[in-house]
Design a protein around this ligand. Structure first.
Ligand SMILES: [Zn+2]
Length: 266
C-alpha cells in the first residue's frame, strides 16, 4: 500500500475511535477540571488536623466540595463558591479566607449529566441510585453530584473542635461527635464519589454533606427518610493533592490498614 493511503487510513481510524469513545462518555467539555484534595484520609484518621492551606487559596481550586477545618472544627460544605461550616453547636457559618484546612476536596462544577425525579426512601436507597446513575459512565472515574430537593427528615453530624495533642479520628467520632435530627428540610447535598482504588487516600464510594436552602442546618449526612429531588452530575478525570509539610505528617507511619476504621466513621 502506498504511504499516503496508509496515512489517510490511520487518520480515519483515529477519528472513528474518538467518535465511539465520545458516545460512551458523558458530554465532556474541553476544559475538564480536576479534583483537588488537601492531605489524605489516612493522615486525617491518624489525627493530622493542622491546617495545610487557607480557605482563600482553597477556593481558587473550585466551587463545590466538602471537608473540615483546622482541629476538625465542624463540617465543611462548599457550594456555589462559598465555604460554609456546619459547626458542632448546630450553627451554619461562612468561613473567612484566613481560616485553614487540614483535609478537604474541591472541584469546579461542570454539569456533564443529570438525574431527574429522584425519590429515595433512605440513604442506602439514594446511594444505590447514584451508583446506577454513574455505572454507564464508569465507576472508575471520580464524580461530584449536586443533589437538590426535600427531605421529610435528615440526620447530620458535626464535630467539636479538637485541642492538641490531637487524638485519632475514630476516638473523636466516639466522644466529640454531635448528631442533629431535622424534619422537613429543603436543601442541597454535595455527594462526592471516589472509586475503590482510591480507598484510604479518601473514602471510596459516596460521601455526603448537606446544607439547607435557608442556610440554617447542615453537616455530614448520616441518614434520612423520604427524599424527592434531582441531581446534576460532574464527571472528573484528574486528581491533584497537596500534602501537609509539618513534623506530624513527616513522621507519620502509613503501614496500618485503615479500611475498617475509615468505614466506621463514614
Ligand atoms: Zn463528611
Amino acid at each position: 500500500m502506498n504511504k499516503k493511503i496508509v496515512f489517510v487510513l490511520i487518520i480515519i481510524g483515529l477519528v472513528a475511535v474518538s467518535a465511539v469513545s465520545a458516545q460512551n462518555s458523558l458530554l465532556l467539555n474541553n476544559n475538564d477540571d480536576s479534583m483537588y484534595q488537601v492531605s489524605l484520609m489516612q493522615a486525617f484518621m491518624h489525627g493530622e488536623y493542622n491546617g495545610v492551606i487557607t480557605v482563600g487559596d482553597f477556593k481558587t481550586h473550585g466551587d463545590i466540595g466538602l471537608g473540615t477545618f483546622e482541629g476538625v472544627n465542624g463540617e465543611m460544605i462548599v457550594l456555589d463558591g462559598v465555604v460554609y461550616q456546619a459547626a458542632a453547636d448546630g450553627s451554619i457559618n461562612v468561613m473567612p479566607d484566613n481560616e485553614t484546612i487540614p483535609f478537604a476536596t474541591i472541584t469546579k462544577f461542570d454539569e456533564d449529566g443529570n438525574i431527574t425525579n429522584i425519590t429515595a426512601k433512605n440513604f442506602d436507597d439514594l446511594t444505590s441510585q447514584l451508583d446506577k446513575a454513574i455505572e454507564k459512565y464508569g465507576t472508575n472515574n471520580m464524580y461530584v453530584i449536586k443533589i437538590k430537593g426535600d427531605f421529610s427528615n435528615i440526620t447530620v453530624r458535626s464535630v467539636e473542635k479538637q485541642e492538641k495533642p490531637y487524638k485519632e479520628f475514630t476516638e473523636v467520632a466516639k466522644v466529640d461527635q454531635k448528631v442533629f435530627n431535622h424534619t422537613n428540610q429543603t436543601g442541597t447535598v454535595v455527594a462526592i464519589y471516589f472509586p475503590e482504588y482510591m480507598n484510604e487516600l479518601n473514602m471510596h464510594g459516596w460521601h455526603l454533606h448537606f446544607l439547607s436552602d435557608n442556610k440554617t442546618t447542615g453537616g455530614h449526612v448520616l441518614g434520612f427518610n423520604n427524599f424527592r429531588g434531582s441531581g446534576q452530575i460532574d464527571e472528573i478525570h484528574e486528581f491533584s493533592m497537596i500534602l501537609p509539610t509539618d513534623d506530624t505528617f513527616v513522621k507519620m507511619n502509613f503501614t496500618e490498614d485503615m479500611t475498617n476504621k475509615i468505614s466506621s466513621v463514614e
